[in-house]
Design a protein around this ligand. Sequence first.
Ligand code: LCS
Length: 396
Amino acid sequence: MPKKHNWHKETAMIHEGYDSKEHQGSLAVPLYQTATYVFDSAEQGERRFAGEESGNIYSRLGNPTVRVLEERIAKMEEGAGGLAFASGMAAVSAVLVHVTKANDHVVCSRGIYGCTFGLLKIMEEKYNITHTLTSMRTEEEIEKAVTDETTCIYVETPINPTMELVDLQAVSNVAKRHGLRVIVDNTFCSPYIQTPLTFGADFVLHSATKYLNGHGDVIAGLLVGKDQEEMQKIRSTVQKDFGGVISPFDAWLLLRGIKTLPVRMDRHSSNARILFDYLKKHPKIEEVFYPFDDQHPQYEIAEKQMKTGGGLISFTIKGGKEEAQKFLNSLSLVKLAVSLGDAETLMQHPATMTHSGVPKAERDKMGVTDSLLRLSVGLEHMDDIMADLEQAFNAI
Ligand code: LCS
């Protein structure tokens, strides 16, 4: 086992969970692209299945490359254990299945990723696990949504795609009073910017497809918890038996991406901050949403729980769907694509794309209007991004 260290986050992202001496001196974490493992004897196979001897059995139950990734993300999120999944949605569904049973109730931030909303609908239709979406602006507002059946509070902050924030400390205070578990989707921030477990959350999860990987070539999910035994339980039940595990190759790519997360996040954030000032003054824009704005009503929350503002901005364009689509069709360097957190600047139209599965009435309550656009600011030179946006604004 690699030695435990007390490294800074930037160092842990490069070294945590790996000792080259255990891998023939290989500097890079080796890719164990194997489905299964050979036992020395039938007795050894029996001991491993009985849990009496540690060691590899089969890659759905664990893989050496994946294990390094799991240790690394656990350290980055200041948790006790990590699990890697085939997608962000596999991580969301694993933890929600783990913390609920039939007839329970979930309190959710108003504004969650469209497929998380889809999953909640399935849980309601099949198992009567109901949910309440609430703005979570105050502890009282969160508390009002709690019922006798509530078992957990599920939060995104910043919320996809409106960039509204939820005060993580306030959520934990309510959860403590009612004995509820708190799950935070930290995809928009990454652990470099925000660590929800340090504000009292029980679980933090990621669509690692986004900033953690950062290169637009992997679909993956990660889950971290603060109780090692509980994470082991999820590994040996929901993860093993539902089976949505990450492939070793995707884990290897993620380990490679995570090494540069701090430098990428700093550049995403500084580029976004400059773009925010440009968009705010633009005559074709109605409103811009970016939490690291000292005029933003939730700036105090941003300062309390986020290190920088991150790379996402959303804004409403003057006009409606027609103007929004015309603008998107005029982009050239900026790519018209869903997903976020890549080196490339990406834009999408949430009402007809990522959040099209959310009923219109609920979308309106979330603020996902037809004129809302989401911008994932990339790592290109600022002047080139701005020039492309300007020519697209001129086309409408
Ligand atoms: N959580 C958040 C906040 C997300 O934005 C996404 C995907 C997921 C979970 C699910 O992760 P996946 O299974 O795709 O790895 N968000 C997307 C988006 O905004 N555009 O495309 C996908």
